[in-house]
Ligand binder design. Structure first.
Ligand code: ZN
Ligand code: ZN
Length: 259
């Protein structure tokens, strides 16, 4: 079923394949906003940032452009795959372990690359060109995930396609990564903290980013450049010194002493 759907992207007329990937992008956008609305209501007591003001027309326009450009990136991916520039593992010739390894490689590689590019985007010479658009919104809400300068949307899209050219992954690994990416992006822009109080005391999971982690970046653009993991910020000394205190405050947990 999955293979039939994916294979059809290679055999359908291009306009039909483009229509399907566009619909998929619009579907993900609607699902993310719907889930975001439910989660922010459910955890409204765990506010990290002040309640955002009314939605502006500019925010809506940027989000709409972002969805269209994401669909264009996906169409470019399909084209590169049709041309044999992007290779997928042949169906039925790999195990579940390979799928998990693919998802993990894509997850860690993209997280590291995005950390590097995010820091570069904050360079004083480059910051006004593109990334400043996203930082207009100090109090994020789920839609903020899509409120990006078009240059940035295409930049991240290009990064993702380059990784797919360099690394031959399974389709399940790619889809798992895309689902993770959407989930992490959404969590990052909730403005409330849904993670349990104990999160920062859990082995390994404490190195996985939380809503507080990226909300802090919106309030303080000199810290927390990672997206999925805290490891790069810890390694390069850019983790917010207030992370533990802000997380504890949002969840109502007693601040822990050890990091
Ligand atoms: Zn953000
Ligand atoms: Zn930033």
């Amino acid at each position: 079923m999955l293979y039939d759907a994916v294979d059809s992207l290679q055999t359908l007329p291009l306009w039909q394949a483009a229509l399907w990937v566009t619909l998929a992008n619009v579907g993900m956008f609607i699902a993310a906003l719907g889930a975001g609305e439910l989660i922010t209501r459910r955890f409204s007591k765990n506010r990290i940032t002040p309640e955002p003001g009314p939605l502006t027309r500019h925010e809506k326009q940027l989000a709409a452009v972002c969805v269209v450009l994401n669909a264009l990136v996906a169409v470019a991916g399909v084209l590169l795959w049709r041309e044999g520039v992007i290779d997928l593992r042949p169906s039925g010739e790999y195990s579940t372990l390979t799928v998990l390894a693919d998802a993990a490689v894509l997850f860690v590689a993209m997280d590291f690359a995005m950390y590097v590019f995010h820091r570069v985007a904050h360079h004083p010479l480059l910051y006004p060109i593109a990334h400043r658009t996203h930082h207009v919104y100090e109090s994020p809400r789920p839609l903020t995930l899509f409120v990006l300068n078009p240059i940035e949307v295409l930049g991240f899209g290009a990064l993702w396609l380059v990784l797919l050219v360099l690394y031959t992954a399974s389709i399940e690994g790619i889809l798992a990564y895309l689902a993770f990416n959407l989930a992490f992006g959404l969590v990052a822009h909730l403005g409330v903290e849904p993670a349990p109080k104990l999160w920062l005391r859990l082995p390994l999971l404490r190195y996985v980013s939380t809503s507080t982690f990226h909300a802090e970046h919106h309030m303080d653009r000199f810290h927390n450049f990672g997206f999925y993991l805290l490891v790069w910020d810890r390694l390069f000394g850019t983790l917010s010194p207030d992370y533990l205190a802000d997380f504890s405050q949002a969840t109502g947990a007693i601040p822990a002493t050890a990091r």
